[in-house]
Design a protein around this ligand. Structure first.
Ligand SMILES: [Ca+2]
Length: 102
């Protein structure tokens, strides 16, 4: 759901609501770092783990499916493998670590 925050001059996807009444806000999908599944601004093993946990149905404080769906085919274990390959320096045919839409 896109929600506008005119006072802050932004619009963003509202992905979840916490029980204290605050919203977690992530950037629009065209502003994400591809592969940064956990949204910390880095690509590392934590993103692989985040994808695996998401696939296993384990609750995460934050997860960006638009960042994590590397190949655009829907989130799968292949996305975790692509991130792993990127981390160890294998050539991947996707712009992991770049800003944009997967
Ligand atoms: Ca990350």
């Amino acid at each position: 759901m896109i929600q506008n925050f005119p006072d802050e001059g932004i619009s963003a996807n509202v992905v979840s609501r916490f029980n204290i009444g605050e919203y977690e806000v992530i950037p629009k999908s065209d502003d994400v770092m591809i592969g940064d599944a956990n949204g910390d601004g880095r690509i590392n093993i934590c993103d692989v783990t985040a994808v695996q946990k998401q696939l296993a149905g384990i609750s995460l404080p934050y997860f960006s499916e638009s960042s994590a769906d590397i190949d655009g085919g829907g989130l799968s274990i292949s996305d975790a493998v692509l991130i792993q390959k990127y981390i160890v320096g294998y050539r991947v045919d996707y712009p992991i670590g770049k800003m944009g839409s997967p």
